[in-house]
Design a protein around this ligand. Structure first.
Ligand code: FEO
Length: 391
C-alpha cells in the first residue's frame, strides 16, 4: 500500500504481512500482522517513526521515494520487527540521525550494529521540534521491552505507541472497528503485555495525561476513538478476575479427558464458566486471552515417566511466564504407578501468586470416589469464585 495520510503531513506507512502465521517462533498469527511506520513532515524537518521487519524493507523504501530527506529516525523499541530495516534506512539517508533513548540505543548497537555516531539520545518528557510539529517523548517501559517509549505529536494529538495498544492484525482498515478491541488487541495484550501488567497500567495512566485524539501503534489498525482501547487496557491490567476457570489439558488414554469432562460439567452446574483447551491443538493466543480474565487455572495431565506430559509442562511454563491475575490453580489427571506430576507442575508455575486447590490425581481410569473428589474440587472453585463478576 502507498503512504496514507492520517492528518496533514502525517502519514501511515510500513507493510501489512497478510500471510505470516508465527511470530518469534512462538506466537500464532491467525490474522497476520503489520509493521507500521510513520512519517511526520514538519515545516523544517522530517521524521520517520520506526521501520519494518527486514523482509518488508522494499515496501517501506518505495513509500519513502517522495522524501529526499529524512532528518530523524525515531526508534521506540529495539525489537527487529520495527528496527530490523534501520540499517537500510541509514544507508539510504546518510544524513539521518537515530533518535531514541539510552537503553534502546544500546539494543540497536547490540542487535543491528548501528554505528554509535548515528544516535541522538532523548530523555523522558523531552521535545523535538520539526518546525511546526513537535514530538514529545513519553517513556513507557515494558510495552514491550524495558526501553520502549511512545511519542506524542503535540499539534495533531497523535500518540505513536509502538507495540503498546497494538494488534497482530492484517487489514486494509486504517482505523480499528469495534471487534478489534476484544479480539486481536486483547490477544496481543495477553501474549505480549500481560507479564508486565502493573507497569502497563502505569503506562496507560501516563499517556492518558495527554490529549490523545488518535493512537497509532506499530502493529494493526489505529484508533480514532482512543477511549475504548485505553479503557480495555485498564480493565485487563487492573480489573479483578472474573468467574472463569481455564482448564488446559492433554490426555493419552482418555482417563484425563474423563476427569476434565466431569470437572467441566461440575463447574458449569455450580455456575462457574469454563474455557477448555486441548493442549495438542491449542492456539496459544486463545489460551492467553482466557488467562486475562480467569480466576482459576486447572492443568490436566496424565503421568509420563514420573512427571507431567510435556504439553502440560509447556502450559504451566506459559502460564507462569504470562503472569495472569488468577488467584487459584491446581492439577488434575491420572497416573499408572507413581510420579511427581503435581510437584513438578506447581514448581513450573512457581512465579504465580496463586493459592493451590487440592489436586485430584487418579490411579488409572476414574472411579466413583474419584468423581466425588472432583465434585469437592468444583465446590471449592465455586466458593472461591462466589463474589466474582461474570466473565
Ligand atoms: Fe512489535 Fe516488541 O515488537
Amino acid at each position: 500500500m502507498k503512504l496514507r495520510e492520517i492528518t496533514p503531513n502525517v502519514y501511515l506507512g510500513g507493510a501489512v504481512d497478510w500471510d505470516r502465521r508465527l511470530f518469534d517462533s512462538l506466537i500464532p498469527l491467525p490474522q497476520g500482522t503489520s509493521y507500521n511506520a510513520y512519517v511526520v513532515r514538519g515545516s523544517e524537518r522530517t521524521a520517520l517513526l520506526d521501520t519494518v521487519d527486514p523482509p518488508k524493507w522494499e515496501t517501506l523504501k518505495a513509500q519513502l521515494a517522495d522524501f529526499p530527506t529524512i532528518d530523524y529516525v525515531i526508534h521506540h523499541h529495539g525489537e527487529q520487527d520495527h528496527s530490523g530495516s534501520l540499517p537500510f534506512v541509514l544507508e539510504l539517508y546518510p544524513e539521518a540521525t537515530v533518535v531514541t533513548n539510552e537503553k534502546c540505543k544500546k539494543e540497536l548497537i547490540d542487535h543491528l550494529h548501528v554505528p554509535e555516531d548515528r544516535f541522538q539520545t532523548i530523555k523522558d518528557g523531552e521535545d523535538l521540534s520539526l518546525g511546526d510539529k513537535t514530538l514529545h517523548f513519553i517513556f513507557t517501559p515494558w510495552v514491550h521491552w524495558p526501553e520502549t517509549f511512545s511519542t506524542f505529536l503535540v499539534e495533531d494529538g497523535i500518540l505513536f505507541s509502538c507495540d503498546f495498544f497494538g494488534s497482530h492484525l492484517a487489514t486494509t482498515d486504517m482505523y480499528a472497528t469495534g471487534a478489534v478491541v476484544d479480539g486481536a488487541a486483547k490477544r496481543y495484550y495477553a501474549e505480549i503485555m500481560m507479564p508486565f501488567a502493573p507497569q502497563v497500567a502505569k503506562d496507560v495512566a501516563k499517556v492518558a495525561e495527554h490529549p490523545v485524539r488518535i493512537i497509532a501503534p506499530s502493529h494493526g489498525p489505529l484508533y480514532d476513538h482512543p477511549a475504548a482501547i485505553m479503557d480495555a487496557y485498564r480493565e485487563w491490567t487492573t480489573g479483578e478476575p472474573r468467574n472463569l476457570a481455564v482448564i488446559a489439558y492433554v490426555t493419552m488414554h482418555e482417563s484425563t479427558r474423563l476427569i476434565v469432562d466431569h470437572l467441566t460439567a461440575a463447574l458449569a452446574d455450580r455456575g462457574v464458566a469454563v474455557e477448555r483447551f486441548d493442549l495438542t491443538t491449542v492456539d496459544l493466543g486463545e489460551l492467553a486471552m482466557a488467562l486475562v480474565d480467569a480466576a482459576s487455572i486447572v492443568i490436566g495431565t496424565p503421568t509420563v515417566i514420573r512427571g507431567p506430559h510435556p504439553l502440560a509442562s509447556y502450559a504451566a511454563v506459559v502460564a507462569n511466564a504470562l503472569k495472569p491475575k488468577a488467584t487459584h490453580a491446581t492439577v488434575v489427571g491420572s497416573f499408572g504407578w507413581a510420579g511427581k506430576t503435581v510437584e513438578k507442575l506447581t514448581e513450573l508455575m512457581g512465579d504465580l501468586k496463586v493459592e493451590l486447590y487440592d489436586p485430584v490425581m487418579v490411579k488409572g481410569m476414574p472411579r466413583g470416589e474419584d468423581y466425588d473428589q472432583l465434585d469437592v474440587l468444583a465446590d471449592r472453585i465455586a466458593k472461591a469464585h462466589k463474589d466474582l463478576r461474570p466473565r
